[in-house]
Design a protein. Structure first.
Length: 283
């Protein structure tokens, strides 16, 4: 199942450019707010997967430009750094005994076709698989963790490196939370629809050049482990997002360094989920 935020309304995507309005289809039992589907995820999932007759008249066409972030108002947005071994090597940090965890503030979220204002000339790209929590809790066991995941989406952890590294200690959260620095989409895909929820191809292209390419099976801490570790400290809530980390190939680690400009188009893709694309203006 693919769930989209179509013009601020929850929609079930049934084709490349066709969707069903959840509130209309359920006679108001669910939706229209996309985030409200996660408030009672188990009930929504049971309804959405039940067989039903579907009229062609109920289908609506849409453009990717019409889509907003699939989870528009998470209470918490966790982000994990140094979570692919090759990226840890290029960044000069060994993988840690605990996931390197910080926050992206929810106001940075954007949809899959965002235009992002560059605040400086040192904004970097970081493609990531993003997990959305469907059923919250504390002390979630690793073996049960996937049962708490509503779905996965594509994300970019855009990072302003000057602000991040200017002080004696890195400023991860603020430097990664400028407006539009958390594009996600194009939709939320439930784990059962993925070819292998633990092993998905992930890539990022900058103006047509592939700059990052890996598989989510290469994560140091995979999705179940992250959920277990995070929930051992923080209560997780339905709708929380977990940016799981980026593979090698970021601009700050290149020689010479390379950063985003207004001439660039950034395209991020995850197998079985889809693609998000950002353009840029400024600085």
């Amino acid at each position: 199942m693919r769930i989209a935020n179509l013009g601020g309304r929850a929609a079930l995507v049934t084709g490349v450019d066709r969707a069903l309005d959840v509130a209309e289809l359920s006679d108001g039992a669910f939706g229209p707010d996309p985030h409200s589907l996660l408030d009672d995820w188990a009930a929504f999932l049971a309804w959405a997967t039940a067989p039903r007759e579907q009229s062609a008249d109920a289908l609506r066409s849409f453009r990717l430009e019409d889509l907003g972030p699939p989870v528009p108002r998470p209470r918490q947005v966790f982000a994990v750094g140094i979570n692919y071994t090759e990226h840890a090597h290029e960044a000069g940090y060994p993988p840690d005994a605990m996931p390197v965890t910080f926050t992206k503030f929810p106001s940075c979220l954007a949809g899959p076709r965002a235009q992002v204002v560059l605040p400086t000339a040192t904004v970097d790209w970081e493609v990531e698989a993003v997990a959305a929590i469907g059923i919250g809790g504390r002390d979630i066991e690793r073996a049960a963790a996937w049962d708490h995941v509503a779905g996965l989406t594509v994300g970019q952890d855009l990072s302003e490196r000057t602000g991040q590294l200017v002080g004696a200690k890195p400023q991860f959260g603020l430097a990664k939370s400028h407006a539009g620095f958390g594009p996600t989409g194009p939709w939320l895909v439930t784990p059962d629809e993925l070819p292998d929820r633990d092993d998905l191809a992930i890539s990022c292209a900058l103006s047509g050049e592939v700059v990052q390419e890996s598989r989510t099976s290469m994560l140091v801490y995979d999705v179940p482990e992250l959920i277990a570790r995070l929930s051992a400290v923080c209560e997780l809530f339905a709708g929380d997002l977990v940016f799981t980390g980026t593979p090698a190939g970021v601009g700050n680690a290149r020689d010479p360094k390379r950063f985003l400009t207004s001439d660039d188009t950034l395209t991020s893709t995850i197998e079985g989920i889809g693609t998000i694309t950002q353009s840029f203006v400024g600085p």
